[in-house]
Write a protein that binds this ligand. Structure first.
Ligand code: FE2
Ligand code: FE2
Length: 271
């Protein structure tokens, strides 16, 4: 049995500390072969830097995925330029840097991890920045075709989306062709972890790991002020001593490569 542990958006320092604190326990309990985390919010809430990524690597995370904020810190380029970089970004974003998929061998298994970005409610903002988002459904087909000859046994997809409809549709698009589809971006876990008929383990959103008593990781007072007074105070990501952890655990059958168990892990921990 191949076991995967996945953290959704890990937000800021509190999120990094929470992953580092909980991973030894989860490793002992679950013995995952592969640990993945979405790091678009890793460096003080937006983007990722070499230093912040190192803290998660040291904790045991092996592959990192991104989203709409992944290029927020210019230093991210240093990670994308690494040979055999552990970090991927949405494959359907029109950016010259980095790759949208990563093939690796873990516990003698050929694993293909793919990162995609949804277009519903996300396209316009990126278009303003001159970034186009290609059709994620067609992009994933192209990637699977490209890797056909390498015969990946386990395919895992991080689909970074705002709309649940787009996510659910992707589940039916990939069922029978991938082992795991997980959603990121909203920072809120959904209660729909399930295995589809042809063996795809999926969830609409894993949810974030980061400071508790915040609005999606951001200082709640700032967000309330923005809603109440339409004040445009800029965001801040507080470093607190209590964190929420949301992670997805999936077991995959060695012979069929189908998901046999999927479970959302939700905890509140002291940092
Ligand atoms: Fe995020
Ligand atoms: Fe995002």
């Amino acid at each position: 049995m191949f076991k995967v542990l996945i953290f959704g958006d890990v937000v800021g320092k509190t999120g990094r500390q929470a992953v580092a604190k909980i991973l030894p326990k989860l490793k002992k309990q679950l013995h995952p072969h592969l640990i993945i985390a979405n790091v678009e919010n890793l460096a003080h809430g937006t983007g990722v830097t070499p230093k912040t990524l190192t803290t998660l690597e040291e904790a045991g995370v092996q592959v990192f995925t991104g989203g709409d904020h992944i290029f927020a810190k210019p230093d991210a380029a240093k990670i994308f330029e690494l040979e055999n970089s552990p970090l991927i970004r949405p494959a359907n974003m029109s950016v010259p840097m980095g790759r949208g998929e990563k093939m690796l061998t873990v516990a003698k298994k050929r694993v293909l991890v793919i990162n995609l970005l949804g277009r519903v409610f996300l396209g316009d903002k990126l278009n303003e920045k001159g970034i186009e988002i290609a059709n994620p459904f067609k992009t994933v087909d192209e990637i699977l075709k490209k890797y056909q000859d390498q015969k990946p046994q386990v395919v895992i997809v991080d689909f970074h989306t705002e709309a649940t409809s787009e996510q659910v549709a992707m589940g039916y698009h990939l069922d029978g062709r991938a082992s795991v589809l997980f959603g990121t971006h909203t920072h809120i876990p959904t209660a729909d972890a399930q295995i589809l008929k042809k063996g795809l383990g999926c969830i609409t959103d894993v949810g974030m790991t980061g400071a508790k008593d915040t609005v999606l990781g951001v200082d709640k007072n700032i967000i309330l002020k923005r809603f109440l007074e339409e004040d445009k105070e800029s965001f801040d990501w507080p470093e607190l001593d209590e964190a929420v952890v949301n992670a997805l655990y999936v077991e995959i059958n060695d012979r069929t490569n189908k998901a046999t168990k999927i479970k959302l892990i939700q905890k509140t921990i002291k940092i």
